[in-house]
Each structure stands twice: as structure tokens, then as C-alpha cells.
Ligand binder design. Sequence first.
Ligand code: SAT
Ligand code: MN
Length: 601
Amino acid sequence: MAGGPPECYLALVPPASLHNSVTDWVDECARLAQPDRVHWCDGSEEEYRALVAGMLRDGTLLPLDPHKQPDSYLHRSHPSDVARSENLTFICTDLKEDAGPTNNWMSPKEAFEKLTPLFRGAMKGRTMYVVPYLMGPAGSPYARMGIELTDSAYVAASLKIMTRMGKVALDHLGGSDQFVRGLHSLGDLSPERRFVCHFPERRLIWSIGSGYGGNALLPKKCFALRIGSWIARQEGWLAEHMLILGLQDPEGEVTYIAAAFPSSCGKTNLAMLVPPASQKGWKVWTVGDDIAWMHFGKDGRLYAVNPEAGFFAVAPGTSEKTNPNMMATIRKNTIFTNVALRPDGTPWWEGMDGAAPAEATDWLGKPWKPGSPTKAAHPNSRFTTPARQCPAISPSFDDPQGVPISAILFGGRRARVAPLVFEAFDWRHGVFLGATMGSETTAAATGQVGVVRRDPMAMIPFCGYNMADYFAHWLRVGARSDEAPSIFHVNWFQTGPDGSYLWPGFGENLRVLRWILARCRGKADAVRTPIGFLPTREALDLGGLNLPESSVQRLLSVDIEAWTQELADMKAFFDKFGTRLPEELWQEHDRLSHRLKLGAA
Ligand code: SAT
Ligand code: MN
């Protein structure tokens, strides 16, 4: 192959060692979708470069300035295909009750009948990429195999960034037939013919009609969360929508925290937090920004691995101020999707540092100027970038055993009600806090933005089975060990009467993490309130923040009336699950109600 990457890099022959079921399934899918070519991806750099070269030729990718933004590209998705399509996402279990009231359900028979004609001939004139990938560190007992078949070179290239792809994955698979099957086609990109179907009992995903994010990069939400959560329940572990970070104290000791927030609520920023100058000696290590697979170790502690190898994070609002580590991560080897383009060939989005460019091309490819009525970058525009490039990437990122978790955080985007931070009384109460989490919706999913919805453990769009069973699973898991992590609830998003945030957030969140850490070590004061343990003012370092007294008051107090109103909404949510909801959660609801009454007295 002298003279650089070949025009069209095709590894046509599957590796010899593969189990027949792999090649049989690939053949079966190829017969259905009828691609012109089948390309077995090896995950090499040459292959990635060839994929990119092809996409530059056909316009799927636009080049960015090779000096200012090396080896990086811009992709513009179809304007109707810009976020996860939750209403077109289905859990296809044999029994409807197994999908539960929070998922869209379709019977497997109906799903196959509906989607088979859509897949038939869908890849004519296209290449079908066979993408083997490993979720989790190579050599980890917790790593899992998947294969995605896709007719999107953008998806194949993105998977090279987001997963451990190609040879390393096939080496892990060996002659085994244990892998999650994912069939994906862009179809005609029409929302009328778009379906993202999961068959957890068959460890299978069929997705058609979308090329975007979680709809199309099947290892991420479809496998690592929806199918993953199903497998996790069967095997007694947890597959969660959580960041993982290591908090290093000034003495050098690192404590690991996992945190669940809904999409676009700051998981990535928290995972990459840079302590402000006032917090001398503290450091945050990033293990993951979106997904945690957690298993109990022999010592009874819960260990987390990040199944992913890259970040697919929201661009708008990312800046040197909000996330300098991410700005450093995306300096090269990054695919930007639906951001704006500056005349100098660099990407731009709302909330980036400095002034808006005098002129730019918006995410649709149209001219844009400051003052234009529309945003230059789509609110859910993203970048896909290798985790390894993050300056704060944890030395344990690739640790096959994962990192021991001391605290689990649940949090949402709540303008009112939820104080800055509080700690659950125990695991069971913590599961109740997770199960009743509420958050205002964001642009990460199609639909109305800014309405409060119950989003238990930030898993409402991602739990692959009946959430009542999921809560029961959580309760069981915690009962298994005395070493289970402590559980906390955080909310960075309370606003004052003028709509501005009461808490500065970002790097200053370290102050909250420090209290959490001190609580885990039994070294911080708290007050017992009806909703949990809140920090005393002295226990939370607020020095130098100059917060108005009224803000501190709101951040660290419990609004009994607002919480009492929440009770009804929590009950309405629990009622959806009927008798399948674990009795323990009703008991926690009663206890909260009782404590609030006493608190009001
Ligand atoms: O589109 S994704 O599901 O990958 C991103 C997200 O919503 O968190
Ligand atoms: Mn997410």
C-alpha cells in the first residue's frame, strides 16, 4: 500500500477465527439490505483516514483549517435528524409489561414486520461497514463485544473515536458467539420511516432512518444503556447514565464519584472540572462523561468502568471558562456535527469564548451574522473526540478492574425545589431520591424544552426494561454489600427571581464535591432535614464567593411547601407502575410525607 491510504480501503474478508454465527448474521443482513460492498473494519488509522477521505469527497464531511484545527471535520446532519428521537425508540420485549410504562413498546413480531421492508434493499449502492467494537477496557472482565452493521461512513468513523474498534474487539471476541448485534441504515432519513428498536431478549438492535448520535451510534445508548441495563439486571450489576470522576485531595488521595444527570445537564463539565485558584491542591481526573458500568468487587465495593473510548458532547456553552479540559481535548482529531463554521475554517458555537464572529455559516450551511434570529450552532450540536486527548484523563481510564466508587450523585436541572446538595439517609432512601429525580427537558431529545419531567436516575430514555423492576434491582444491589457507595442529590441550576443562577457552578462545584467527600469520610457536619442531610453553612466552603445571603438561604434550605407539592407528582409517577413498584419506594414516599408534615409543624 505504498503512497498513502488507498482510494477505497476495503478489507473484504472476515477474519478466519470468527464464530459462524457472526458471519451468518452478517450474510443474512447483507442479503436483506443488499449493499454493493461489505467492508470489515479493522479499526486501523489507515482505514479511518480512508473513511474520512471518502466523506470529504462526497461532502459528508467538510474540512476544517488543517493548522488551527488539525485532522478535524464538520458534518451537517439532515435538518430533521438532530437529536435522539425518543418517540421513535422502542423496546421490543416478548411481553409488553417487561418494557414497562415509561418505554414505547412494540412486539418483536410487529417490529420485524415493520422494519424488514424498510431494510430490504436499503443499502443498495452503498457500502455496509461491519464494525466490531469493544465496550470497556481491553482485557477487562467487564468489557463486552458488539458488532454494528451500518451504511454510514460517518457512523463507522465516529465509532473509531467512541469505542475500541476493529482488531482489538475481534481479538476479545475470539471464537465466541457472545456479542450484541446492531443493524443500522440511514434508510431515506425520513422521520416517517425512522425506528430505533431494541430486542433485549435477543441482544439485538435495529435502527433505521437516522444518522444522528444515540439513534445511530448503537454502542452508546442502545447497547451500553438499554441492552446493557437488561444484561446488568440479569447478572447483578449496574449499567448507568453516569459520569465517573476521580477527586484528588491535597494529600494525593483519589476518591471516585459517579453521577447521573439527564442529557445536556453538565455531566461532561463536571467530569472535567478544573478547580478554581481558591481550591489549592485539589484535582479532578476524568474517567467517563456519560456511561458507567458498575460491578461489585471481591472487597464488597462497587467498581466502575467507562465502556466508551470517546466523548460525544454538547458544543454550545463549551468554552475555556466552562470546560477548559474539553477545549484542549477537541483541538485535533475531532468530528464536529451541526456547529457553525467561521470564515477561517474553525468551528464556532454559542457560548464559546470571545465575541461572536462578524459572519459565519450556520449549522444548516446558511450565512449567519450576530443578531440573526436563529442560532448559528444547533443547540444539540456535538463533537466526537477521543477521551485519551483529555488533559485530565484518569490514569485508571484503561484499568480493567475499574475504579472503586465512594459516592453516587443524582441531579437534575431544577429552577426551584431541590437545594444545592443533600445526602440520602441510607441506600434505600438514596434509591428513592434517584427514582423521583425530576429535571427540565433539554435539546438533547426532540420535543418541548424546559418542562419538568420525572427522570429516574437520568435513565428514563435509556432503561431497557420495566423501570419498576429497575428500582427493585437497585434496591437489591445495595442490600448486597455494606460497602455500597453513599448517595447524594445535587442541583446546580436553582434560579432567583430574575432568572439568573443562584450558584456559580462549573469549577466552584468542587466545593460541593469536597463536602461530599468529607461526608464519605465521616468528617463533615450536616443537618438532618425532612429530605435528607444538608450541609451546615460552616461545613460547605463558601469563602470568597460573595453570594448574597438570600441565595445561600435558598441553596441550603428545604422549601417544605414546594416539597409537599412534589409528593403528589411523585405519587402520580409511581402510580404508573401499579403493583410492580417495589413496596419500599411507597414506604419511602410515606416517610417523606410524614417528615415534611413534622417539618411544617
Ligand atoms: O445522542 S446521544 O444519546 O448520544 C447524546 C445524549 O442524548 O446524551
Ligand atoms: Mn448522555
